[in-house]
Design a protein around this ligand. Structure first.
Ligand code: FAD
Length: 507
């Protein structure tokens, strides 16, 4: 990997100072676009006069990949393997995107995507390809769950079993409407009828007793952003992908790469041997004739016959495309794909100090928090738009809403909605988005293609989906339904007891 920034090569010092920047390596190859190139541009309809002074520094590659998240690095590696010279433009001062391994108070934390699972075959295959060790969270000793009269403590196994009884009927029929979960339209006739329903519609349809429903809305609100916003088909597809049962669904939040998700991103990127430019947010993408010109906010131009936009769907609306994106792409980006207001917090709790999981019903600032390993920090998630994680008093009060005698020694939080290069978390579709938009937004726009977990066929919204999408955009085979299923059953795992109550929540 050769890493530079839009302002030139970065130094190891600058990278370390940023806290999460990548180490510098060699400067990128800069092909100056001289006379012959300028003529090509003019033919392509872009006159020299239209370009700012910095335009002299144009580069030329076989493919430009925009975005160094897992979809982007996978695409870059696969394209390189096909003999293409790849330029990878990344807006931030780090790689990894919505995965972000960081250190806080001396402990490794994941600010974004964390857990992986053998039922997620693309990521599992990559982890074994690069020999990245996996660890399992060890689970909890008690579960704190909402009741109609306040929060109550439960034995974790008892809580798990009850959750299983309550959740399983939610997905009744999913074997029929998602018989092959990696092919979301295998039963298009049924999906057409079902994609209109929100998670709230399904809760209402099942008419849970109030004391039962209150135990489900932590999950439905967290995954969907709110129970009204999230599509029932999306959660049902995840249920199907996890093997149509609660054990699989619950278990996807058990294993994580021991050296952090960054280890996987780096390993893939090393194989991509791409010219990587950090701090290079892309402002516009212009197609003329057979060339695509990508321009960064700093005014640098990069040319290639093919471009892969490996940025989140929500970010498409912040980039100027000429010609404009097709209607479906614009609608998807403006409607918003995924949970809009999600924040992930790491809490240093002086009390409690045991391993626990706590859930709150929809509407609470924190919907789930837990300490899943001895001596570890506590992780918490929020989807409430008015919850200001920069305000310590609000955070303290949110924790005490659930555990009144909690003592907060410190915390760090990441607001993914406020992050201009994410504009939200992993995708969770709204009603009608699967049937009306999903297939269209996978389609290329001329010589511009799209890759992101948000548009994956299988685990969309997960790391696995990002890798699936990166493979697909590069023309590499994705795993078939049958391969995925047989890999999941054959996976050599550090088996853990999934019967102990851990967390239902990936995010
Ligand atoms: C809080 C949280 C928890 C999660 N938990 C899990 C989990 O436990 N398990 C799991 O599997 N998944 C989880 N996910 C989801 C998973 O992290 C994502 O689905 C996946 O990482 C997305 O990868 P991607 O490559 O599609 O997009 P991204 O990782 O978002 O990569 C896109 C890249 O494009 C760059 N970019 C954006 N705009 C521009 C621009 N204008 N110019 C240049 N570059 C640009 C971004 O900086 C970024 O690096 C979680 C996500 C979050 C945020």
């Amino acid at each position: 990997m050769r890493t530079t920034t839009d302002r030139g090569p970065i130094s190891a010092t600058a990278s370390a100072a940023s806290g999460h920047g990548e180490a510098a390596s060699h400067p990128a190859r800069r092909t100056l676009f001289k006379a012959a190139g300028a003529a090509t541009l003019a033919t392509a309809g872009l006159t020299v006069a239209q370009r700012p002074a910095a335009a002299a520094e144009e580069t030329r590659h076989d493919v430009i990949v925009v975005g160094a998240g897992l979809a982007g690095v996978t695409a870059a590696r696969e394209l390189r393997a096909k003999g293409k010279r790849v330029l990878l433009l990344e807006a931030r001062d780090r790689i990894g995107g919505r995965t972000w391994t960081d250190t806080w108070q001396g402990q490794q934390i994941e600010r974004g995507g964390t857990w992986v699972d053998p039922t997620q075959p693309h990521v599992w295959r990559e982890l074994s390809r690069y020999n990245i060790p996996i660890v399992a969270d060890s689970g909890v000793d008690r579960a704190i769950l909402p009741t109609l009269t306040g929060f109550q403590e439960y034995d974790p196994v008892e809580a798990y079993e009850r959750q299983n009884e309550l959740f399983t009927p939610f997905f009744d029929g999913s074997r029929e409407y998602f018989p092959r979960p990696y092919e979301p339209f295998a039963r298009e006739d049924l999906i057409r009828r079902l994609d209109r329903f929100s998670l709230r519609d399904r809760l209402d349809q099942l008419d849970y007793a109030p004391e039962d429903e209150i135990r489900l809305t932590s999950t439905t609100s967290l995954y969907g952003g709110s129970s009204e916003r999230g599509a029932m088909t999306h959660l049902a597809q995840w249920w199907a992908l996890a093997g149509w049962n609660f054990e699989g669904f619950h278990g996807v939040n058990t294993f994580r790469p021991q050296p952090g998700t960054i280890a996987l991103v780096r390993a893939i990127l090393d194989d991509a041997d791409a010219d990587v430019r950090l701090n290079s947010p892309v402002a516009s993408v212009t197609q003329r004739g057979s060339l695509v010109r990508v321009t960064t906010r700093a005014g640098r131009h990069h040319l290639a016959p093919e471009v892969v936009m490996a940025v989140p769907v929500n970010v498409w609306r912040t980039i100027e495309f000429d010609p404009p994106l097709p209607v479906a792409h614009r609608v998807a980006s403006h409607q918003g794909f995924g949970v809009p207001h999600e924040k992930k917090l790491w809490l240093d709790l002086a009390n409690p100090d045991d391993r626990f999981v706590a859930e709150a019903p929809e509407g609470y600032p924190i919907c789930i928090m837990g300490r899943f390993n001895e001596g570890a920090l506590t992780v918490a998630f929020s989807v409430k738009d008015t919850f200001d994680v920069s305000d310590r008093a609000q955070v303290e009060s949110a924790v005490r809403d659930i555990i009144p005698d909690a003592r907060l020694a410190g915390y760090t939080a990441t607001d993914w909605h406020a992050d201009e290069f994410a504009l939200g978390v992993g995708v969770f579709r709204q009603p009608f988005q699967l049937i009306k938009l999903h297939r269209d937004i996978q389609q290329p726009h001329g010589n511009v293609k799209f890759a992101t977990a948000d548009i994956a066929d299988g685990w969309s919204g997960y790391i696995d989906g990002a890798i699936e999408s990166g493979l697909r955009v590069a023309g590499s085979p994705t795993l078939s339904q049958a391969q995925a299923m047989s890999m999941a059953s054959a996976a050599a795992l550090p088996r853990v007891d999934r019967g102990s109550y851990r967390s239902l929540w990936a995010f």
